[in-house]
Write a protein that binds this ligand. Structure first.
Ligand code: 13P
Length: 247
């Protein structure tokens, strides 16, 4: 079964989240794919209320790199679990860019998430400049090696890698199947070289970046791809149900 992760980003109030799930759950066939909703912090309790017992996972989009204490404005892994989250996105390119998250910080966040038994969706991906200067592989290697530094092989079972080329996010210009396969092969090679053959083969790898109803089927057929991470196309409940039906 393919994995589909919905990233709401900074969208939906509590009331909008409520309306979304009433509509979505009435229409979705949740057996079509393994589903996770990564919601804004303020919508987690509502998400938990609606998703509990449905087999659909609840996730957040970030967490602090420490577990508690002097960290004004941050949310810890423990708090996420307490709010019902089972998963968390770490290292999204929007956080890397806007909040200057380094691979080192991302590594710390991954360790905190593992300690709290959260499933991790680690985002990696190159910028347009890196793509144009043929630095895609170098970027992916650094993001994975530094992000996963110090982890034990068995901990990879809780980690999904999402390949999200920055140039393909939110603009309708999705990567081609060939570009996706090229990156996924490289990601799996780094995992094989740094951990094991098993890690390279069995770690789940998703693609994200302008996935929509028109391209999802061909993207899901890309070699080595286990699913998709979706931004814009998950925000309309009816549209998202239609997209899931194509998985
Ligand atoms: P879009 O699907 O809107 O391109 O966003 C992708 C993304 O960043 C998901 O995390």
């Amino acid at each position: 079964m393919k994995k589909i992760v919905a990233n709401f980003k900074m969208n939906a109030t509590v009331e909008e989240t409520k309306r979304y799930f009433i509509n979505f759950l009435a229409k979705v066939d949740s057996a079509k794919a393994e589903l996770t909703f990564c919601l804004p912090y303020t919508s987690l309790a509502t998400g938990n209320y609606f998703l509990k017992g449905t087999g659909i996972k609840l996730g957040a989009q970030n967490l602090a790199d420490e577990d508690e204490g002097k960290c004004t404005g941050e949310i810890s892994g423990r708090m996420l679990v307490d709010a019902g989250a089972e998963a968390v996105i770490i290292g999204h390119s929007e956080r890397r860019a806007k909040f200057k998250e380094s691979n080192k910080t991302i590594n710390k966040k991954i360790k905190v998430a593992l300690k709290n038994r959260l499933d991790i969706i680690l985002c990696v991906g190159e910028s347009l400049t890196e793509k144009n200067t043929l630095k895609t592989l170098e970027t992916l290697k650094a993001q994975i090696e530094e992000g996963l530094k110090g982890l034990y092989e068995n901990e990879l079972e809780n980690i999904t890698i999402a390949y999200e080329p920055i140039w393909a996010i939110g603009n309708g210009k999705n990567a081609t199947v060939k570009e996706i396969e090229y990156a996924v092969k490289a990601i799996r090679k780094v995992l094989t070289d740094d951990f094991s053959e098993k890690a390279g083969k069995e770690t789940k790898v998703l693609y994200g970046g302008s996935v929509n109803i028109k391209n999802i089927q061909s993207i899901l057929k890309a070699k080595g791809i286990d699913g998709v991470l979706i931004g814009g196309a998950c925000l309309d409940a009816n549209g998202f149900v239609n997209l899931i039906n194509l998985a």
